[in-house]
Design a protein around this ligand. Structure first.
Ligand code: FNR
Length: 182
């Protein structure tokens, strides 16, 4: 199964990127995950949507060719970061590459809510006509207090979180199969 991943953080030591790398490695027998460099996308401008810069088309083609999308989002001021919203805005216009794509969401933060508010917004955005993605219902992966759940190399070691991720990834793989042809 070929999945693309969008990480909503461009900082070098991003927890959300570390969680994504963990997922990429742990489930590599089942799912091939490519992290797309959405930080390279220019700021969305409607004037350019019919003739976008090459990088926009390159990334959109990869989304379109994928069987599903993993999104790892930080929470910025109770919503998703502009970096991620920018990517979704590009993906939602002209050739709408997220339509009927299965999506799995995870999010990590230092706080106790573990990006719950951002993920609520994200589900709403993904349900818009431009995105119209098939977000995996339930399966809410809120990784709060993330700094205490990684080892000194930045690898997730918190067993309950790992076990929940195993369940959710399994549910997502089934969701991708179930939604084929919808
Ligand atoms: C944050 N952070 C944050 N955390 C949270 O739980 N709720 C929030 O609303 C916010 N708001 C917020 C705004 C901005 C502009 C920044 C830079 C940060 C903290 C955030 O969760 C923390 O920096 C994470 O580590 C960001 O994710 P990455 O970059 O580690 O993946």
């Amino acid at each position: 199964m070929r999945i693309v991943a969008l990480v909503g953080s461009n900082r070098k030591e991003s927890y959300n990127r570390k969680i994504t790398s963990f997922i990429q490695e742990r489930y590599k027998e089942k799912v091939e995950i490519e992290i797309l460099p959405i930080e390279n996308l220019p700021l969305y401008n409607q004037d350019d949507e019919l003739t976008p810069p090459a990088v926009v088309n390159e990334i959109k083609r990869k989304v379109l060719a994928s069987e599903g999308i993993l999104i790892a989002t930080p929470e910025y001021n109770h919503s998703i970061p502009a970096l991620l919203k920018n990517a979704l805005d590009w993906f939602s216009r002209v050739e709408k590459v997220m339509v009927r794509k299965p999506v799995m969401i995870v999010g990590a933060s230092g706080g106790v809510l573990g990006t719950a508010r951002a993920q609520m917004h994200l589900r709403q955005i993904l349900n818009s006509p431009g995105c119209a993605a098939l977000t995996l219902p339930g399966n809410e992966v809120f990784i709060g207090g993330v700094q205490d759940k990684l080892d000194e190399f930045g690898k997730l070691t918190h067993e309950p979180t790992i076990q929940f991720l195993d369940t959710v990834m399994n549910n997502f793989v089934n969701w991708v199969e179930k939604t084929k042809g919808i």
